[in-house]
Design a protein around this ligand. Structure first.
Ligand SMILES: [Zn+2]
Length: 113
């Protein structure tokens, strides 16, 4: 139920932003979902209609999901690689030590009024 919590948080953030701007109607939300965030995009789609019922400002809002690739910088050879595809180990040298460069979060990219 990780996604449900994230969606609730998102709905509250969007409601607050709308209130601050005197907007009573949000048309859409664009969410960036990092591949390494552990969140499953289809679950967001499944829960969104349920969340909408509790937040009037989102009544007619659509949800758009952008999948963000997770990348890592290898500590061994400085290669940048796809974290999920390579299961956390550098495909060039096999090193597991790395700096994750993104794709670990779910963030609100855009709110459409
Ligand atoms: Zn490497």
């Amino acid at each position: 139920m990780h996604e449900l919590g994230l969606l609730t948080q998102m709905a509250e953030t969007v409601t607050r932003a709308a209130n601050e701007n005197n907007i009573d109607h949000v048309c859409g939300i664009v969410l960036e979902v990092g591949e390494a965030s552990g969140a499953l995009p289809y679950t967001f789609e499944e829960y969104f209609p349920m969340i909408k019922e509790d937040y009037p400002v989102l009544r007619d809002a659509s949800l758009r999901l952008l999948s963000i690739k997770s990348r890592a910088l290898c500590a061994g050879c400085n290669a940048v690689y796809d974290l999920m595809k390579n299961e956390g180990a550098c495909p060039r040298c096999g090193e597991k030590a790395k700096t994750v460069l993104g794709g670990t979060d779910v963030i609100i990219k855009q709110i459409l009024y």
